[in-house]
Design a protein around this ligand. Structure first.
Ligand code: UT7
Length: 332
């Protein structure tokens, strides 16, 4: 019998309407369009406005979009995995709320946190459920409302991040398409270089932590950059090596969108040319868990059955990884 692979069978996405452009940022902090563009490749990012609107608002929009694009029903979904660093609330999980909203009465769901690599951790988890044969439909959602944890007086972080959410449906495939291999890594050496210090069990919220702005993202950009550029390129090259992939038979690099310079270095190391690299950082910035599914969302119409995709990501923790996947359907 053929091995069951976990294939992506539908994609959906959502980005909020409001565009925070570099020109607007120039009026808020000491920065310039020229600095942001040359150092990061970002031109604008989307921001979710509106009182009481959290990640689930974007996730439910992305799910509606998936249903519209694919015609798939989701009431019979077995599991919902939400990778995020900005769940609606610390407790209860955003995934549980989504199970209820989509009418998936027999589903279980949970949130998963692996910073910017989270969607790869979620995709590999969902794929393992499908490959086990126990589950037939898994929703893998990745998204963040980064504007809820960004300090808009800190020019070193606020120019980078944006809000957005993407979703993929995983189903069994017996033709051999789907997730082929993954490499995931975590190393706590990075804990102090990219973090939100307070709000967890070490430093619960107090008036002082709020006054000290310790509930916002803190990043030592250069340190993170050094690790990211090395490890993202390395892990992408490793997954190619161990699956005997050459640059010629990789159709798409799907890289985490943190910095155009990190993406370029990864593509270079893989030997993959620019036209094979999915890129939307210029329009959305770094949406953390949203970057990879939003790349698929933007490029879905160009993907063909059998295309070879290599995903690569790096994030806080540190966490990093790569996934090798073959695409399972032609554009509609
Ligand atoms: O997605 C999760 C993982 N995160 C990443 O992968 C992010 C990795 N890091 C980066 O992408 C880059 O380090 C940044 C984009 C965050 C920063 O770029 P950089 O080239 O590493 O800049 P830098 O931190 O070395 O700063 C260079 C200069 C500094 O000024 P001085 O000390 O040379 O006078 C900064 O103060 O640029 C200054 N600077 C800015 N200037 C204008 C920092 N932020 C800004 C800004 N506008 N927004």
């Amino acid at each position: 019998m053929n091995k069951t692979h976990a294939a992506i069978t539908a994609i959906g996405g959502f980005v909020p309407e409001y565009r925070l452009t570099n020109a607007v940022l120039e009026t808020m902090i000491d920065t310039s369009d020229e600095w942001i563009t040359t150092r990061t490749g970002i031109k604008e990012r989307r921001i979710l406005k509106g009182e009481g609107e959290g990640l689930s608002v974007m996730a439910l929009e992305a799910i509606e979009d998936l249903k519209k694009r694919s015609g798939k029903s989701l009431e019979d979904v077995d599991a919902v995995i939400v990778s995020t660093v900005t769940p609606d609330m610390p407790v209860a999980s955003t995934a549980a709320f989504i199970c209820n909203k989509i009418g998936a009465k027999n589903a279980f769901g949970f949130d998963l946190q692996a910073a910017c690599s989270g969607w790869l951790f979620a995709l590999s988890t969902g794929a393992s459920y499908i490959e086990s044969g126990r589950f037939k439909k898994v929703l893998v959602i990745g998204g963040d409302k980064m504007s809820s944890i960004i300090d808009y007086t800190d020019r070193t972080t606020c120019v980078i991040f944006g809000d957005g959410c993407g979703v993929a449906l995983l189903e069994p495939n017996n033709e051999g398409y789907g997730v082929q291999d993954f490499i995931l890594r975590s190393d706590g050496v990075g804990r102090d270089f990219l973090k939100i210090k307070a709000g967890g069990s070490m430093y619960p919220p107090t008036a002082e932590t709020v006054a000290n702005r310790e509930h916002f993202v803190y990043q030592e950009g250069q340190q993170v950059f050094k690790f990211a550029v090395t490890n993202m390129a390395e892990v992408a090259a490793n997954i190619m090596d161990r699956n005997s992939l050459t640059a010629d038979n990789v159709d798409w690099l799907v890289p985490h969108q943190a910095n155009k310079r990190i993406i370029d270095a990864t593509a270079k190391r893989m030997g993959v040319s620019d036209e094979k690299v999915m890129l939307n950082i210029q329009r959305y910035g770094n949406t953390t868990n949203g970057t990879l599914p939003l790349c698929l969302w933007d490029y879905e119409s160009q993907l063909k059955k059998g295309d070879t995709l290599v995903f690569a990501a790096f994030g806080g923790g540190f966490t990093w990884g790569a996934i090798y996947l073959t695409w399972a359907y032609d554009p509609k």
